[in-house]
Design a protein around this ligand. Sequence first.
Ligand code: TGC
Ligand code: FAD
Length: 394
Amino acid sequence: MSPLPAFDASDPLGIDDLLGDEDRAVRDTVRSWAADRVLPHIAEWYENGELPGIRELARELGSLGALGMPLTGYGCAGASAVQYGLACLELEAADSGIRSLVSVQGSLAMYAIHRFGSEEQRQRWLPAMAAGEVIGCFGLTEPDHGSDPAGMRTRARRDGGDWVLTGRKMWITNGSVAGVAVVWARTDEGVRGFVVPTDAPGFSAPEIKHKWSLRASVTSELVLDEVRLPADAVLPEVSGLRGPLSCLNHARYGIVWGAMGAARSCFESALGYAKEREQFGRPVAGFQLTQAKLADMAVELHKGILLAHHLGRRMDAGRLRPEQVSFGKLNNVREAMEICRTARTVLGANGISLEYPVMRHATNLESVLTYEGTVEMHQLVLGKALTGLDAFRG
Ligand code: TGC
Ligand code: FAD
């Protein structure tokens, strides 16, 4: 019998064995890009509440094939869902804001056009978006309608051959830097999606300031003041909430992996710190209470990665149900937050400093817990699937 492989603190369950060479190549390429282009600057960007050079970063992510990664054709990489997940994990290990940029571009804006757009819309937008030359955003949430988008007020009416859009969207990632916005609006035929060039008269996207989470990410309001669009601006292949909610499945799937990236960064930070930091004459890693924390963090981290991997394989096999995505997002974001909080305690006072990544990840995850469906929405999705009873509306 061949000897057992050595215990690997960075991969205690041997999950790496589940990956193929191409998977590892994707993971390592994205990890090394993030180490080079994000990690040296992220604390400063975060402190300043900005993402300078976002257009250059988008182009670089485009060159890596990270934008619209699992989509096929139109300059997209045609990667597997597992590979896309690995990329999300590595990006979010750097910062949730960078993963958000990629999620919104690929899983929301590009996915909507790829899945529900006309051939002309795909040809016009997808190659430039895959290359990162055009940034996209996705406008579903409104000031008064977040968890319940069915109540949206943004309206599109027909005027001759044109569509005219009026309304407001809120908390829109990439909004102020986008060249194209996928906007969901109420019409006489139900909810429809519109591809809106952001230079259309009547469109504006003021940036939302004073965020204490996702500070290295652009978040905006979208104002649509009688925005006139040609008849072919509508996404022809879908009507109803099924359209935006289908896109959300893909972005939520990326978060299942991404959250574990933030958690991994916090775990590694805590482990490294605990081995170096001495109190009472010995490294704090030698105390049983610290070891209990590290063991529990490692267990939840690698269970979460296994879960992400399992869902990725189901997605690649075309067998991933939306309820399973809710399962993953609910668990992995919640556990990532717990891991980050525990890591913060291991670092003591240093845990609150931007010199370490822990507090930055912890505050980012407050947004991740809320966007793409709050924790309560995912509990209710699972609750409905388990009981057959819909508790959303009381
Ligand atoms: P309901 O009546 O259940 O469904 C309406 C129609 O939609 C279909 N559907 C889905 N289709 C695909 N995937 C899903 N996950 C779906 N969920 C529902 C459903 O079959 C039905 O289709 P049809 O053809 O029969 O009409 O809808 P509801 O009004 O009861 O709402 C259900 C609920 C609460 C789960 C849904 O509204 C919801 O998910 N709310 C949360 C909203 C949300 O997640 N917003 C996210 C905005 S985007 C964002 O946050 C981006 S942040 C990205 C970043 O920066 O990384
Ligand atoms: P609400 O829906 O007002 O919820 C408030 C609280 O009530 C929550 O705890 C919620 O779970 C709870 N609640 C609501 N209904 C129920 C119920 N039936 N039962 C039990 N509890 C309930 N949106 C986009 O469209 N595009 C984007 O790019 C985007 N990017 C974002 C970026 C950031 C940084 C943030 C913070 C948000 C972003 N969002 C985006 C918006 C996000 O999707 C919403 O914030 C989210 O869906 C929740 O909506 P809300 O904030 O209006 O909260």
